[in-house]
Design a binder for this molecule. Structure first.
Ligand SMILES: Cc1cc2nc3c(=O)[nH]c(=O)nc-3n(C[C@H](O)[C@H](O)[C@H](O)COP(=O)(O)O)c2cc1C
Length: 287
């Protein structure tokens, strides 16, 4: 049994946002997905206020032991999510964490207020790896920007707030501390590291978004160090992720002080990875 911000979970294994589509999985595999759900809590793909198409293809590049993605947050937008996806996600047998991203503090405030008033939503994750159009700064790269974002939305909901930290910051531990002081209930890390690939022959950027985010086993050692450095400076729970593919990797993040772990890129290789990792950790299945 694990507790995350007062929410009881059957175990500590979550998914990384955007790496497991529970609705598509249920359509493909039927209710078997609900009967053997791979995670102890489910994190939605990040939603934005307006619907987005995402980046032009190609969107993925395989690196040695990793992946670079420039998906670009395609999503139905807040109204589409609340009307179409939330009723389906509410049928999952585990607590639901909704991931939101705003390109301004007003957008973020609307997303938090509207998702937080829905009973189906247990926790809200703030994906702050994006530029604030008002300042041009990446919210999560700067402690003061992160604090401003959390302070703005904290009074708008009684749901626990998780701040998802970016590894593309000078000092992720300082950002984590700023988030905690501003009222965050937990932090999660790491999001993807900025990277790029050149197309063979043309030497032009391969990805439609020019650059992308590196994930998978290639980032695990970096993630583990960042998780350890964050857990030593905050008292709130930490959700650790980055390249976790086995129970042993997950155990390392828990030993580094994480309360929960999340599985990301490994879900694309093995959609049942969450079940396997929970079993290897000696944790019960989610249901
Ligand atoms: C294809 C893909 C899409 C992702 N989409 C999101 C997203 O929508 N929101 C988010 O916060 N993180 C997103 N991530 C980042 C993951 O949740 C995770 O933080 C990161 O990939 C590191 O974990 P991993 O190495 O186990 O994949 C995405 C990662 C991948 C590979």
């Amino acid at each position: 049994m694990t507790e995350l911000c007062g929410i009881p979970l059957a175990g500590p294994v979550l998914n990384g946002s955007g790496t497991f589509d529970a609705i598509a999985a249920r359509h493909a595999f039927g209710d078997a997905v609900l009967e053997r759900f791979p995670f102890h809590a489910f994190v939605s793909k990040t939603i934005t206020l307006a619907a987005r198409e995402g980046n032009p293809p190609p969107r993925l590049w395989e690196t040695p032991a990793g992946l670079i993605n420039s998906i670009g947050l395609p999503n139905k937008g807040l109204e589409g999510f609340l009307g179409l996806d939330l009723p389906e996600l509410a049928e999952l047998p585990v607590p639901l964490i909704v991931s939101v991203m705003g390109f301004s503090l007003d957008e973020l405030a609307t997303l938090v207020r509207r998702t937080g008033e829905r009973d189906e939503v247990a926790l809200i994750e703030l994906n702050v790896s994006c530029p604030n159009v008002e300042t041009g700064l990446v919210m999560g790269a700067d402690p003061a920007e992160t604090a401003r974002a959390v302070e703005r939305v904290r009074p708008l909901t009684d749901r626990p707030l998780i701040v998802k930290l970016t590894p593309n910051a000078n000092d992720p531990a300082a950002v984590a501390r700023a988030a905690e002081q501003a009222g965050a209930d937990a932090v999660s890390l790491i999001n993807t590291l900025k990277g790029m690939a050149l197309a063979p022959r043309t030497a032009r950027p391969w990805l439609g978004g020019t650059t992308g985010g590196v994930s998978g086993p290639a980032v695990r050692a970096i993630a583990l160090e960042q998780v350890r450095s964050v857990t030593t400076v905050v008292a709130i729970p930490v959700i650790g992720m980055g390249g976790i593919a086995t129970g042993g990797h997950a155990a390392d993040f828990l030993s580094a002080g994480a309360t929960c772990v999340a599985v990301g890129t490994e879900n694309f290789r093995d959609p049942a990875a969450g079940l396997r990792i929970a079993a290897e950790l000696g944790e019960p299945a989610a249901v």
